[in-house]
Write a protein that binds this ligand. Structure first.
Ligand SMILES: [Zn+2]
Length: 473
């Protein structure tokens, strides 16, 4: 008998192996030293393996942990302050974003990461500046991190409509240096639990020379570039005026579209442009909730998939999404595309589940480690409690309703257990190595942020200032 770290029994396993959801009934999974080492019928398992840690999850379904591929976790300190308005960045975000301190953003990051874990996310795809605190926090609680540090050359100031960004080469070099420093310190830390990616904020925010340089650095280090791609008409305007090409067309010309690139949003991309990116081998992250709320647009993720590309899901940011719950994103990507195409078959629940698991892992280049439950892969999985009202009743014949109920009915509190790299990081509402005060405490920052933001908030006098006057908030 071999002694192992953990044995997991459950009536339903969704392994996500193969082209569907890889359903297996009443099997047992064996985990040792962070990896799945067996996945088969009980009788065989208990003859060969023993463990002091047997999880008998009698009314649960097991899934691979969810991947939230694109987040700006620090923005959670501004949750609910920037929705329902045109020009989200200027009229919504700016008065608050301009006054935040690094420690306030880190408090937001902890809140967002905890929120994400509580609804089944086991891979955090964060993108921002000053990521040292985030790396330390995710290292402490043991969640998987796919971390990107922002590289930007455009000066941070208010630009008038139509004005081209002013570049400062030293800003670009400084932020690139920080990305490299983070890579040296954290990449592959803790058995590969943390990965560091390169993060030009967008093709419009850096020079052509910087983009080429970043591409070479990323390829040399065998990591990816995580970049906002044709994320709005502002970006398109900047690139058209600088290079006389739309962003995707221009990036193809300079050789930037290939499998090193993970493009986020494609908000302003036509289906043909999305197809071009997919065929280049680059992947896509779609953030349905965020782009729906801040732009009122459904990005071309279905066209990207039709062209053979892999698409991951992201929750983006809580200032205008307003949550980090990948179950919500699964529901929205299906719903929005059913409405966009006037066709309930255009995006089924199982496909959204693949985007949150194995397809998402492929999009990030992590599918050799995570995204499905298969022998040899890392043991990242969650248990969904099927006794929660939103998951009841459970049908298995003539069809199973667990996947549709997870995508269309669940809200996150159905997640009973989360395991990353064979270690329990979340169980019965508690997150490992942290206490509730670390996130409830964000309330202590709000009056200070409000006071500092008030002057610009009233000066800009945007939609939310009007809503306050009219007693609509
Ligand atoms: Zn973003």
């Amino acid at each position: 008998m071999q002694s192992v770290d953990m044995i997991i029994k459950a009536p339903h396993f969704y392994t996500m192996a193969g082209d569907g959801v890889g359903y297996k009934e009443s099997i047992t999974m064996v985990v040792d030293r962070g990896r799945i080492i067996a996945l088969e019928n009980d009788s065989n398992i208990f003859r060969e393996y023993r463990s002091e840690n047997i999880l008998d999850l009698a009314h649960h379904a097991i899934f691979p942990g969810f991947i939230d591929a694109h987040m700006h976790t620090g923005y959670a300190i501004m949750r609910g302050l920037a929705q329902d308005t045109n020009n989200w960045m200027m009229y919504g975000l700016q008065p608050f974003d301009n006054v935040l301190t690094v420690s306030e953003r880190l408090a937001g990051s902890k809140l967002a990461i905890i929120e994400a874990i509580k609804s089944g996310t086991t891979t955090i795809g964060d993108f921002d500046s000053n990521m040292e605190g985030v790396c330390s926090f995710i290292d402490k609680i043991g969640v998987r991190g796919n971390i990107t540090s922002t590289i930007r050359e455009a000066k941070r100031r208010v630009y008038n409509p139509g004005e081209l960004y002013e570049f400062d080469e030293s800003l670009g070099e400084k932020s690139l240096f920080e990305n490299l420093r983070l890579f040296e310190k954290w990449n592959n830390k803790n058995n590969g639990l943390i990965k560091i990616l390169f993060g030009p904020q967008g093709a419009d925010f850096v020079s052509k020379e910087m983009l080429i340089k970043i591409q070479r650095l990323a390829k040399d280090r065998n990591t990816k570039i995580h970049m906002h791609l044709q994320q709005g008409d502002r970006e398109t305007y900047q690139i058209v005026n600088r290079f006389n090409r739309r962003p995707i067309e221009w990036l193809q010309e300079i050789g930037f579209l290939d499998s090193t690139l993970i493009g986020v949003h494609l908000t302003d991309a036509e289906n043909e442009e999305a197809t071009l990116v997919a065929k280049s081998g680059a992947s896509m992250i779609v953030c349905p909730g965020s782009i729906g709320i801040i732009d009122g647009i459904v990005p071309p993720s279905v066209a990207f998939q039709v062209a053979g590309g892999d698409v991951a899901l992201g929750s983006d940011q809580a200032a205008g999404n307003n949550c980090h719950n990948i179950i919500n994103e699964m529901k929205l990507v299906t719903l929005f595309n059913k409405i966009k195409y006037n066709n309930p078959e255009s995006m089924p629940a199982w496909r959204a589940l693949r985007m949150a698991t194995i397809e998402g892992a492929k999009a990030l280049g992590l599918d050799n480690a995570i995204g499905s439950l298969e022998v040899g892969k890392r043991a990242d999985f969650i248990a969904i409690d099927l006794n929660k009202p939103s998951m009841l009743p459970v049908f298995t014949k003539p069809m199973r309703n667990i996947v549709p109920n997870l995508v269309y009915s669940a809200r996150g509190d159905e997640v009973a257990l989360s395991v990353v790299e064979g270690k329990i990081i979340y169980k019965d509402g508690k997150i490992r190595n942290t206490d509730e005060n670390e996130y409830i405490d964000t309330n202590k920052y709000t009056s200070g942020i409000g006071e500092r933001a008030a002057k610009e908030f009233y000066k800009i006098d945007g939609t939310n200032a009007k809503f306050m006057r009219e007693e609509k908030l």
